[in-house]
Design a protein around this ligand. Sequence first.
Ligand code: HEC
Ligand code: HEC
Length: 208
Amino acid sequence: MPLYSRLPMKALAFIAFIAFAVSLGAHADTNADIETGRALFMQKGCYECHGVLGQGSASTGPALAPHPVPLSAMQAYVHDPKSEMPVYSKRILSDDEITRIHAYLASLPPNPPAESLALLNDGAAPTAQASVSPGHGSSIYAANCAACHGAGGEGGAGPALRGIASRYGTSDIEARIREPSGIMPRLYPHVLNDENVRDVARYVAQLR
Ligand code: HEC
Ligand code: HEC
């Protein structure tokens, strides 16, 4: 084979390799980055306004997931927000940390239907003293738990909760909510108060 027809092949293979390597690099959101991003999203209080799963709420902050704004836009916005959002200076939250938060938000599955987030859309503030009505536990569940445990407790990112009463009493369920393990977020006391925890635990206990 003449030399001139072999060189371009090598060059092409090289270009293809570089393109492949670059595409790998562009998607290098490792699980560790996503996990760090989730932790930062909780620690820095983003979840208080944007929801644990970045689902947003009409009264506190817009949805950030599952399709967050581009990374550079997020970095620019967080350091210099336009109206009600607090400023996070680069000393408080570095561009690197925002990259991880972005990886977390981009990793989230598509949101559950908006109506299942009714409680957050009502703007139930962490301190809201909700009255105990029969449907109350179910709306807390829909807003804060269903995304991971399934609308009917059938499970998803979190374990199934149907029939949990055969293993746990209501107070054990409350304890699991107050002191969660694994990747389950700690919603108490910032998002759910004592009364909310009690109501949602009662609701979970009767899931069949
Ligand atoms: C006190 C409530 C609050 C907190 C805490 C908060 N935000 Fe926001 N955020 C808002 C509100 C409200 C807006 C809508 C625009 C505005 O008022 O600034 C917003 C807008 C944004 C936007 C622009 C969204 C868009 O669609 O243009 C991004 C990105 C964002 N927030 C990211 C974050 C991150 C990341 C954190 C945590 C480091 C955070 N926010 C913490 C309230 C909050
Ligand atoms: C971001 C996802 C997520 C959200 C939101 C979430 N959970 Fe969980 N939950 C989990 C995961 C994951 C586990 C398993 C924890 C482990 O690995 O130890 C879990 C465990 C539990 C358990 C213990 C189950 C068992 O069999 O031991 C209970 C009870 C529970 N969650 C209730 C709730 C309730 C009630 C809510 C809403 C107030 C909620 N969770 C919100 C992910 C979530």
